[in-house]
Design a protein around this ligand. Structure first.
Ligand SMILES: [Zn+2]
Length: 156
């Protein structure tokens, strides 16, 4: 985030104009981006992760709609479907918010990452006791992704 020199509000560094007072922010945004090296790779990663949120959300919404329409047969339409659909819609909204660097989306994504980390560590303990190699890898993958996302989000 960069601070507008005219009105003092904070604006995402990708904005060329202040969204509050309309001041041209091109020079400030460029200076901020140039000053911190290595931000570009993190920024690319940020948009990849945001894109994944949107992609999974869209996929869930489309699959949910198809299932609701009875494409996969009657037995596919269960009560859990409604919850899956709601989760997909929320994922899609958060993804869209992340793409626009909305503060609420970043805050929610952060909380979800912490929850994933906590659940992952809990799962690790359970799976470790059960010697389930496949689930162990999946949980480790989840933890790594959540950690990576938290690291990326720390700049925004
Ligand atoms: Zn301003």
């Amino acid at each position: 985030m960069i601070q507008c020199p005219q009105c003092g509000n904070f604006v995402p560094p990708t904005f060329v104009r202040c969204q509050f007072c309309g001041r041209d922010l091109n020079n400030i945004a460029r200076a901020v981006r140039g000053a911190s090296s290595g931000t570009t790779a993190k920024e690319v990663l940020y948009y990849i992760l945001a894109g994944l949120w949107v992609l999974f959300g869209l996929l869930g919404v489309v699959l949910g709609s198809l299932a609701y329409a009875g494409v996969f047969g009657e037995e596919a339409a269960t009560e859990e479907m409604g919850l899956d659909f709601a989760v997909a819609v929320v994922q899609l909204l958060i993804g869209a918010g992340l793409l626009f660097q909305a503060d609420w989306a970043i805050a929610i994504a952060r909380v979800l990452c912490y929850i994933t980390l906590a659940l992952g560590v809990l799962g690790l303990i359970c799976v470790w006791a059960a010697f389930d190699a496949v689930r162990l890898v999946l949980i480790l993958l989840n933890i790594t992704l959540a950690g990576l996302q938290l690291w990326v989000l720390s700049d925004f």
